[in-house]
Design a protein around this ligand. Structure first.
Ligand SMILES: [Zn+2]
Ligand SMILES: [Zn+2]
Ligand SMILES: [Zn+2]
Length: 265
């Protein structure tokens, strides 16, 4: 593979309840209380080249950016309007007012855009909203992003993310992918996919279980897969140690993402 041009950082890799969940004493949450490497914020990504592009803004965004020593955000690309993916947007208000001086460009589908306007009307002057159509491709900082429909209600998107050397797909929240989407996902260097449930999938129409994510990875023959948006404790509490053991048979091709993981793309 040629030299990578950008860095993809997993800011958060948990489902909306986070790991540990404050109300839960299962073995997965207890493991995360004892080992910070097993703890997970809500899911979002940072893609850095000469600019910093956020994919979603988790409620923990401020702490994530401090942890990763990120001092500027050039744009935000949003998958969908659920709180665990947009709850951090207000953290950008004073960044715009006191530092950036210009609204942050935001790219999202029409319904997601409406949700952002409704939820964050008090700071709407800090956001430069740009509506994305399904299958539309935009280019930001030398990376192309194609909005692909996810199976998650409303106009939730996953993104095909392409640099000059890497073809990646990011689907943090999705049930089984539509056939027309699968056609975009051949020859993937990197698949990053919803693995919300360990054991039984409570929401098979809007999420994947770990086993279903593994099946999708094998179906697509992605060169490398990272599981993300993990609850770790629904339906069957599973520790990180156990999950890694479960995935050890795939020769490193299928791995668990973790908060702070960086990869070149
Ligand atoms: Zn738990
Ligand atoms: Zn969601
Ligand atoms: Zn989510």
């Amino acid at each position: 593979m040629s030299e990578t041009t950008h860095t993809l950082t997993f800011l958060g890799t948990g489902a909306s309840c986070g790991v540990p969940s404050f109300y839960c004493g299962c073995k997965a949450c207890d493991e995360a209380r004892q080992n910070p490497l097993a703890a997970r914020d809500c899911s979002d990504l940072l893609i850095s080249g000469t600019q910093n592009t956020l994919i979603d803004a988790a409620p923990e965004l401020r702490l994530q950016l401090i942890r990763e020593q990120v001092g500027s955000i050039d744009q935000l690309v949003v998958t969908h309007g659920h709180f665990d993916h947009i709850g951090g947007i207000p953290q950008l208000e004073y960044y715009v007012k006191l530092r950036a001086g210009a609204p942050v460009p935001v790219y999202a589908g029409q319904q997601t855009m409406e949700t952002i306007k409704r939820q964050f009307g008090f700071m709407i002057d800090a956001l430069d909203l740009n509506q994305l159509a399904v299958f539309q491709t935009i280019e930001l900082d030398g990376v192309s992003y194609t909005a692909l429909p996810a199976t998650h209600g409303g106009d939730a998107f996953g993104y095909l993310i392409r640099t000059s050397v890497t073809k990646a797909a990011y689907f943090p929240d999705t049930g089984p992918l539509p056939v027309e989407v699968l056609a975009y996902l051949d020859d993937l260097d990197l698949l990053i996919v919803d693995s919300t449930f360990c054991g039984r999938n409570w929401m098979p129409h809007s999420h994947h279980s770990v086993d279903e994510a593994v099946k999708l990875s094998q179906q697509l023959q992605a060169k490398k897969t990272y599981l993300t948006h993990l609850s770790m404790h629904y339906d069957t509490p599973t520790t990180l140690v156990e999950l890694k053991r479960q995935l050890s048979g795939y020769g490193g091709a299928i791995q668990v993402a973790y908060d702070g993981l960086r990869i070149g793309i």
